[in-house]
Design a protein around this ligand. Structure first.
Ligand code: UD1
Length: 417
């Protein structure tokens, strides 16, 4: 199994170009199922989750061609409607094909994604909302068997809780439903705005009518299009934190600073110097890091996908900090590994107390999920000596060229078998 060796401590210096957003690409790829016309996508990141989604689309009958920068997708008329456990289990976003398949064919059989390391991650909100569009469900042997005998019919739906995936599934499905759908209490992550832009360019009629409310006029006739996926804000946030942690200086290129305004404010509060330009951010880490209390919440709050990375940084703060994880119930898997590196983090339920002034020690480590993996790399960059990070397949699900990018800014990092 592949591992990463990291030799610290290193001050990161130079520039990093941000890749396309994984979490925007996944629903956009699912939404291509709505169309039979040719769709060309630029800026899909080369990461495992995108490969898995492309395999899933292929298994449904999509014809996919890739050249270096552009991926084209074309659906035949007879796309299949079965998404297997083998493909959905490795990547929860597989459930995003449920909405478009139902919208186009009135039926689908999709594997339940199951739990994952960071929590149980149910899909009850997706299913309940789809049932309001006229879908009937049965769960049989780990699969959702869904049918909409009369086709999807537009409805007014209020999500009981903000869910990124459920908002995406419902927006996509409603594009082909009969009549008007109004979705309220929607997630408003920038990736959802990107999905809406994509759908509108494809000929769908999706409109934000208030901050968390979307109106969709159904029965769209999707046209061919070329689309460039937005940059990855979580990747950008990760490298900003890396610079602050290592007292480095990084120029982060190709990101709209406005979409990570919350993260920038937090980094400024803890003492990093930040200069914002139109499509780039320059960050310089400060020797002194101030403590801060953070809670994760839906956008525009602080993202749960940066919680682990931020926790590493707060180990270096001048005093105790607190983090409250409000999105996932079990997202502190990185804590025990960080404590093995000398951190003093105490958790109780969804709260963590992080003692400051920690000098990390290099160690052999085990990655447990995507963002936990990257947090261990960050801690290893700040530790003197050689750290070894095992189970890095999690990392490859979501960070394009991470070793290459880090090496370019001075990290000593190497992949070994
Ligand atoms: C997406 C992101 C993930 C990010 C998360 C929260 C993608 C591919 N993944 O995941 O990186 O960490 O948003 O920003 O974009 N919930 C239910 N029932 C449901 C659906 C969700 O109870 O049917 C709960 C979840 O367990 C969680 C919360 O709602 O506690 C938010 O989850 P959700 O926003 O749906 O996350 P994902 O779309 O799975």
């Amino acid at each position: 199994m592949k591992k990463l060796e990291v030799f610290g401590a290193t001050r990161l210096k130079g520039q990093i170009k941000i890749s396309g957003s994984k979490n925007a690409s996944l629903p956009i790829l699912a939404a291509t199922l709505l169309s039979n016309k040719k769709i060309s996508l630029a800026n899909l990141p080369r990461v495992k989750d995108i490969e898995t989604m492309l395999l899933l689309l292929k298994s449904l009958g999509s014809i996919i061609e890739k050249n270096k920068k552009i991926t084209t997708i074309k659906n035949n008329k007879q796309v299949k409607t079965f998404a297997s456990y083998g493909l959905v289990k490795t990547m929860r976003a597989g459930i995003l094909v449920l909405g478009p398949l139902l919208a186009k064919f009135g039926k689908a059989k999709v594997s339940l994604p199951g739990g994952c390391a960071i929590g149980t991650r149910p899909i009850n909100i997706h299913l309940k909302a789809l049932s309001k569009l006229g879908v009937k469900f049965k769960i049989i042997q780990g699969y959702v068997h869904a049918n909409a005998p009369k086709g999807l019919i537009g409805a007014n739906i209020r999500f009981p809780k903000i869910s990124v995936g459920a908002t995406e599934n419902l927006i996509i499905a409603s594009c082909l439903a009969k009549g008007k759908t109004v979705l309220s209490n929607c997630a408003i992550e920038p990736e959802i705005k990107d999905l809406v832009n994509f759908l509108n360019k494809m000929g769908c009629k999706v409109k934000w009518i208030s901050k968390r409310t979307i109106k969709i006029i159904g029965k769209a006739k999707p046209n061919a299009l070329s689309y460039q996926v937005m940059p990855d804000r979580i990747e950008a946030g990760t490298y900003l934190i890396a610079a602050a942690l290592t007292e480095g200086k990084l120029k982060i290129l190709g990101i709209d600073p406005q979409i990570i305004n919350t993260e920038i404010k937090v980094l400024k509060k803890i003492g990093a110097k930040i200069i914002i330009k139109k499509k780039e951010i320059i960050i310089e880490g400060n020797k002194k890091i101030k403590n801060i209390n953070i809670k994760t919440s839906p956008y525009p709050g602080f993202p749960t996908d940066l919680q682990a990375q931020m926790m590493v940084l707060l180990c270096k703060a001048n005093k105790k900090s607190y983090i409250k994880e409000e999105i996932f119930e079990n997202r502190f898997m990185h804590v025990s590994e960080l404590n093995r590196m000398g951190a003093k983090i105490f958790t109780s339920g969804n709260k963590a107390i992080i003692e400051g002034n920690i000098k990390f020690q290099a160690a052999e480590l085990m990655a447990t999920d995507l963002r936990a993996s990257v947090s261990l790399i960050l801690a290893a960059l700040a530790s003197k000596g050689k750290s070894v990070i095992n189970r890095i397949y999690h990392l490859d699900r979501g960070y394009e060229d991470i070793e290459k990018k880090l090496k370019k800014v001075g990290a000593k990092i190497k992949r070994v078998n």
